[in-house]
Design a protein around this ligand. Sequence first.
Ligand code: LMR
Ligand code: MG
Length: 391
Amino acid sequence: MKITDIELHAVGVPRHTGFVNKHVIVKIHTDEGLTGIGEMSDFSHLPMYAVDLNDLKRTLISILIGKNPFDLMKINQELIDSFPEAMYYYEKGSFIRNGIDNALHDLCAKYLDISVSDLLGGRVKEKIKVCYPIFRHRFMDEVEENIEVVRKRYEQGFDVFRLYVGKNLDADEAFLARVKEEFKSKVKIKSYDFSHLLNWKDASRAIKRLTKYDLGLEMIESPAPRNDFEGLYQLRLKTDYPISEHVWSFKQQEEMIKKDAIDIFNISPIFIGGLTSARKAAYAAEVANKGIVLGTTQELSIGTAAMAHLGCSLTNINHTSDPTGPELYVGDVVKNKITYKDGYLHAPDRNVKGLGVEIDEALLEKYRVPDLSWSNVTVHQLQDRTATTKG
Ligand code: LMR
Ligand code: MG
């Protein structure tokens, strides 16, 4: 089987909050008549410049055309040469590599007539426990709005949530108190996510305030600036709660292991550049005797399906995971959207080959945007995933 062509389609899909995220849907064609699909998910993160898709397509053509999609290792190596690792969480090169690696997995599995999880080593489970995100409070009046989100999602079956914190601690506290009062122990808040906004000492003080409301807290996420391994280590010694951090480069993962800086690696294909790399990061975590959680950027269904296949093939996910993208967006680009039941992400039917999701061409047209250019958004809006310009 040889790759003959590649297509990149930019889409802009609004969330229920009004915030619009841009993604790139990938199609890789072959001389066998098979097409693999992938997703470069969520380019709507800092830094605020856009990848030129015509230019990107030229580069990808020069790497991929004529290649055998089963040469995953060789292709990933060449992708790394062109889109090198950076020590930055939202490095766009990782998103690009992820979309291609997804599509190659879809293609190889389709060729073999098996599901992507079978290609990844088979399944250890069929579903992954996930949590619904509560985005960061900036103002007190957002507390009741977020309580309403908890009510609505709890009715739908989500009983675990995670909370982005650190900009308005009074509001963070008020929210936790309200959750405790209204839902008692029916609802868990599994993580406080500081998103690298505070230095470790300020985060330490904030943790003291917020852990008064332990509602099933499993971890404290990103409580120091990016790549502050020493800060994470210091904080880890000061708190009883496990510290988690995303993996965005193998160098960074190595440093976190060497420094013993964290307890749980937050691993997602988008931030480490594909299923191949995410597996490597998960195995490194296992060898280093660290926990893992399946993270997210909030993917559409193609990206989420890839993560479900990966997650169900890993033996060491020992915490509530994060991918709930298909629940956050008002629409999707597939015929069979990924669904959630009782707060679990279910892997696509194992008898369906490939990723198990199929593009709906009409929806691809509906959400199509000309490019990845930015409109007038602020850094705060991007950090807090909010459409409101209040501030
Ligand atoms: C999102 O898009 O909601 C997340 O990627 C936000 C984040 O950076 O954790
Ligand atoms: Mg994101």
